[in-house]
Design a protein around this ligand. Structure first.
Ligand SMILES: *Cc1c(COP(=O)(O)O)cnc(C)c1O
Length: 374
């Protein structure tokens, strides 16, 4: 079975992990600090590593002070964690519809969804294409809300000359094996605001505060620490950070190969009837995480089943988040975001990963052509 996404591991990655295993540190050691510094060079803002992309969102929303009574405006065209991490902090999630072409949060819809209680606007860089941050920034600023970017798809993407990570107040990354780089499980929060990053760092370390100037009692010994706000243990271990740094050294090659594969799909699928290909808006240089085509004429399910039967792992990204019973039970109704639902009805992600060979990609293309009759 050809997967739709998978990691790329080379001897340099293995060597980095083995070296970490042979060192004095398995958990919080020098490789965590190193990986955070390496991430900062790519993201353009300081970073805190965490255990995965879901906990990155939890830490980011917690850092923003999101809680009961607050509203978080976000897109339904994402993995459930973008919304559920805010809901778990007691916030009310307000879904705003997406743009018809990119499936990213539509700034006009986000603006219409803002109320006096909006505390965060959370965009997703769907498939690796950065959201319309310039317009979203105006909306979040005038609402007095933080701008959050769920960039689980988009580490390495560039928006109007600026790296994803340096644009929103808080940006989250995932290093799951199917994403743009991997640490097995892993994630990070980037922030252009030192106060928010510090709060995320404290949250991922069970809320422990050690800096002497921050302590309420300063006359205890050097063992002393205090907890001022509740947190969780979301620390990413040294062993995995070693893998992360090794992977980051290959990021430019990852991006080039993903772009090359996307360009091959663009070219070789251009004339297939009943198929709509993804677009790249002006001013963005995406790290292509997904290659989401749209299967027209109500044939998505058939094409999904026949591709799977041919041994080709295709995927659907995503089920509109508010369709999940946990949201439906709270009163969210189908039909709320019709553009997202129409996108979902046609969407199919084709295999896209660094080690996908041209030959395997040709098989994907030929199989899809065979099904759609061209
Ligand atoms: C993968 C993903 C997440 C969650 O990341 P994990 O590392 O799997 O927890 C969140 N948001 C989006 C858009 C994702 O694709």
């Amino acid at each position: 079975m050809l997967p739709y996404g998978r990691q790329s591991i080379e001897p340099s990655d293995v060597a980095a992990v083995v070296a970490a295993l042979d060192s004095d540190w398995l958990t919080t050691g020098p490789r965590v600090t190193e990986f955070e510094a390496d991430l900062e060079r790519v993201a353009g803002a300081p970073c805190v590593t965490v255990t995965n992309g879901t906990t990155a969102l939890h830490a980011a929303y917690a850092a923003a002070g999101i809680g009961a009574g607050d509203e978080v405006v976000t897109t339904p065209m994402t993995f459930v964690a973008t919304a559920s991490a805010a809901a778990m902090l007691g916030a009310t999630v307000v879904f705003a519809d997406v743009e018809e072409d990119t499936a990213n949060l539509d700034p006009a819809a986000a603006e219409a969804a803002v109320t006096g209680r909006t505390r965060a606007v959370a965009a997703v860089d769907y498939a690796g294409v950065p959201a319309d941050y310039e317009r979203l920034r105006k909306i979040s600023d005038s609402a007095g809300a933080v701008l959050v970017a769920d960039a689980a798809h988009a580490i390495g993407s560039v928006y109007r000359g600026r790296p994803v990570g340096s644009i929103a107040d808080l940006t989250t990354f995932s290093f799951f094996p199917t994403k743009n780089l991997t640490t097995a499980e892993g994630g990070a929060v980037a922030s252009i605001r030192p106060d928010l990053l510090e709060r995320a760092r404290t949250f991922r370390t069970v809320g422990m505060v050690k800096k002497p100037e921050l302590l309420r009692r300063r006359d205890e010994g050097r063992w002393f620490y205090e907890v001022h706000e509740f947190g969780l243990n979301y620390r990413l271990p040294d062993v995995l950070c070693a893998l992360g740094s090794a992977q980051l050294r290959r990021l430019a090659a990852f991006k080039a190969r993903r772009q090359q594969l996307a360009a091959r799909y663009d070219e070789l699928l251009a004339d297939v009837p009943g198929l709509r290909l993804p677009v790249t808006p002006d001013g963005v240089d995406p790290m292509r995480h997904l290659y989401p085509v749209r299967v027209l004429d109500g044939r998505r399910r058939e094409v999904y089943d026949r591709m799977q039967a041919a041994g080709i792992g295709v995927q659907v990204n995503y089920i509109p988040v508010y369709w999940h019973p946990v949201f439906a039970d709270l009163g969210y109704r189908r039909g709320m975001c019709p553009v997202a639902e129409a996108f979902y009805a046609e969407e199919l992600s084709l295999p896209l990963f660094v080690d996908l060979s041209d030959t395997d990609q040709d098989r994907v293309i030929d199989t899809l052509r065979g099904i759609l009759g061209s």
